[in-house]
Design a protein around this ligand. Sequence first.
Ligand code: PMP
Length: 349
Amino acid sequence: MEIRIDRTSSSRLPQVDFANLGFGSVFADHMFVADCLEGQWYDLRIVPFGELSMSPGLSALHYGQTIFEGMKAYRTPEGEITIFRLSDHLRRLNRSAERLCMQAIPPQVFEEGLKQLVRLDADWVPHNGSLYIRPIYFASDDQLGVHASKSYRLIIFSSPVTTYYSTNLLVQVETNHVRATDGGIGYVKTAGNYARSLSASQRARAEGFNVVLWLDSINRQFIEEYSTMNAFFVIDDVAVTPPTSGTILEGITRDSMIRLLSDNGYKVTQREIAIDEVMEAGRTGRLTEAFGTGTAAVAAPVERIHYQGEDIFLSTDHSKWPVLSFLRKRLDDIRTRQVADPYGWVSVV
Ligand code: PMP
């Protein structure tokens, strides 16, 4: 498939302050765009990053057929650019598409578009961070009435970033709202899941926390995940994370960490974990590490967990958190090709 390339005539790169990137507010020069009508893909193009023009009748805005991904490109010390678990991100995007009744994206459209984009914007991959890549995919019919759209648009753009959380996680366990229900769309990376998390997050922030931990919708007891990360707890030297039962996002970082732990002699289990168990382990000193995992956050350590009026505080000396330390280093080494990648996770573009 031919991709037309329309390069920017004036790169914004010289204006970027790479020492103060933060997360998600600076965008690289180009974006990849592809359209699909009734299963036929056409007009694949890389164009300067910029505004879109769209009808107020755009189906995605009304009926929520809109999904996305979040992945990263890294710069190795040798100067190569790598993308982490590219095909797994596409697989998840297509699982999201299937659940929301959207046309599947062919691998060659996604992979070629993404690789050519990252090659073109390679200078945007920071030396002190990574290039966060955001594919979005949405229904583009201009037609009211609830229906599965006939036309779709895929856009991939990117943003040079450093870490998502610059401080430790101060966790409020949410006891009122729920993020997802059985048979619903909790495992889908779609806008609605984030929209429904916002008011609890805002309330938590007003009360001095920076992240919400979601519980299951039936018992209001079993831990699901954070709003943007999966959850790990180290209790009695075993890393525990909730199973992916359809209500949580199947995190690619989560999966990577389970593999790395089990292949390197650490104990790791996927099982239901009650908030009461975490609090009890915290009270008795058996909870030695807790962290959230995600592409943007990588592995963010928890400092405080607040549930029903009680607080658990964890040590902030992360050099004494063996599981977190191992995971951060090994994952970074694999992504930047400092150690072998036995899993085939890394693509060099
Ligand atoms: N859960 C949610 C709700 C998320 O938004 C994310 C970030 N994509 C994750 C978990 C972690 O997923 P991943 O490791 O694939 O980034």
